[in-house]
Design a protein around this ligand. Structure first.
Ligand code: PRP
Ligand code: URA
Length: 209
């Protein structure tokens, strides 16, 4: 069963509370998604392997640590996942970015894939799928399945806000995938929205309705 990590750092909780408020506008919502994403990227990369390098400081020669050239990829689920990309890239500017387009049918709540573009060396990379919302889990589970179908062997999932139903679905369908969250909420409502959640993340990020 994939482990679930909830990052309840005070900075993350504070920023998430402002994002949840209905009166928070698009500009501030987008900035906060970006900031929380950077904070999550910092935690998700905690286990990156390091290697020794010899350098010269202005004072002496010294052996220090650098990241051991791990190949990473981020895959945002369009559209709302786009809001998390820059936050990750600020911490890891050289990672490759794939894209998967999925929209959730408002009646059936089933995801439909409309776009997929991934790095060519997919089998050599560790991937982080990013999407602010994990509701029924259908979109995340399908995105992970698409990555696996194309050869991805190591995948993590990073979401800001999740319902227990979505966590359970991803854990059942992809027990090898660890899930990283900024908050684990109470439940889904009858329309498949996370409660208390933050509403429609895509609409709030891009100012649409
Ligand atoms: C939202 C969200 C997730 C999905 C979560 O996207 O960004 O991708 O719903 O719901 P699920 O866990 O029940 O699948 P949406 O389909 O609204 O598309 P958008 O990002 O284009 O707004
Ligand atoms: N998608 C969203 O953007 N928000 C929810 O609460 C559920 C799905």
């Amino acid at each position: 069963m994939g482990k679930v990590h909830v990052y309840d750092h005070p900075l993350i909780q504070h920023k998430m509370t402002i994002m949840r408020k209905a009166e928070t506008g698009t500009k501030q919502f987008r900035e906060l998604v970006d900031e929380v994403s950077s904070l999550m990227a910092y935690e998700i990369t905690r286990d990156l392997p390091l290697t020794d390098v010899e350098i010269e400081t202005p004072v002496s020669v010294s052996t220090q640590k650098m990241i051991a050239g791990k190949k990473l990829g981020i895959v945002p689920i369009l559209r709302a996942g786009l809001g998390m990309v820059d936050g990750f890239l600020k911490m890891m500017p050289n990672v490759k970015v794939g894209h998967i387009g999925l929209y959730r049918d408002p009646e059936t709540l089933e995801p439909h894939e409309y776009y997929l573009k991934l790095p060519t060396d997919i089998t050599e990379r560790d991937f982080i799928v990013v999407d602010p919302m994990l509701a029924t889990g259908g979109s995340a589970a399908d995105a992970i399945a698409a990555l696996k179908k194309h050869g991805a062997k190591s995948i993590k999932l990073a979401c800001l806000c999740a319902a227990p139903e979505g966590v359970e679905r991803v854990q059942n369908e992809h027990p090898d995938v660890e899930i990283y969250l900024a908050a684990l909420d109470e439940k889904l409502n009858d329309h498949g929205y996370i409660v208390p959640g933050m509403g429609d993340a895509g609409d709030r990020l891009f100012g649409t309705k």
